[in-house]
Design a protein around this ligand. Structure first.
Ligand code: PGA
Length: 252
């Protein structure tokens, strides 16, 4: 059985004090939950303070990116070891916003992925097609390219540590969610690709999150699909009430 995993991707939102207030409240509301992995991914500046508040709780902290080098002349970058020491156990990699605006490619995502795994952190690797690609009927080609390119050269045992997030770009921040059936079709395809690359056992154990306009009122249907194991949530993760509802999706 794959344990559901709900992660809040805060993007460029929340100062340190806002972040601390948020997680202090969230901890009270979801403290008793042990059957869902709960993760918050603040901006780098807030990671350390957020991790202090959450130490000993059931909520884990993730970074929104990390560079592949451990140290050196790389102005503006942060290494996996740095985010680990600051309190992260997860790192989001290859988010479509980073691919579109900050030059991330399958190749750089792959390098980051290996560095993140080396540091003993759990990567969340994002893949997904743009609207024009879906309209052209090449969704599966794009997803295959992202999966094969981003995961290139990984060993089976490394792949077991990876979480995949399928995020159709046209659904991110747009209010247009993929239907549960549309999402399931791609999730099942990703699992097939993983089976080809890493074997059926690994493919069955890897968790695949859906992301793109997840809201408290659509998460339950998405989560009811066979191959959807969680959510990577932007907008609806920014308010405590709505993130609480997402984490407690079974009650909705
Ligand atoms: P959204 O973002 O929930 O605001 O659509 C999801 C994401 O970008 O991870």
């Amino acid at each position: 059985m794959r344990k559901p995993i709900i992660a809040g991707n805060w993007k460029l939102n929340k100062t340190v004090s806002e972040a601390v207030k948020f997680v202090s409240e969230l901890k009270e509301k979801v403290g008793g939950i042990s059957d869902v992995d709960i993760i918050v991914c603040p901006p780098f500046t807030a990671v350390s303070k957020v991790a202090d508040v959450l130490r000993g709780s059931n909520i884990r902290v993730g970074a929104q990116d990390a560079y592949w080098e451990e140290e050196g002349a790389f102005t503006g970058e942060i290494s996996p070891l740095m985010v680990k020491e600051a309190g992260c156990s997860y790192v989001i990699l290859g988010h479509s916003e980073r691919r579109a605006m900050f030059g991330d490619t399958n190749n750089t995502v792959n390098k980051k992925l290996k560095a993140v795994l080396n540091a003993g952190l759990t990567p969340i690797v994002c893949v997904g097609e743009k609207l024009e690609e879906r309209e052209k009927g090449i969704t599966k080609d794009i997803v295959k390219d992202h999966i094969q390119g981003s995961l290139h050269g990984l060993k089976k045992e490394e792949m077991s540590e990876v979480v995949i997030a399928y995020e159709p770009v046209w659904a991110i921040g747009t209010g247009k969610t993929a239907t549960p059936e549309q999402a399931q079709e791609v999730h099942a395809y990703i699992r097939e690709l993983l089976a080809d690359l890493f074997g059926g056992g690994v493919a069955e154990s890897v968790r695949i999150q859906y992301g793109g306009s997840i809201k408290p009122d659509n998460i339950k249907n998405l989560m009811s699909q066979k191959d959807i194991d969680g959510g990577l949530v932007g907008g609806a993760s920014l308010k405590v009430d709505s993130f609480e509802k997402l984490v407690k999706y079974r009650e909705g």
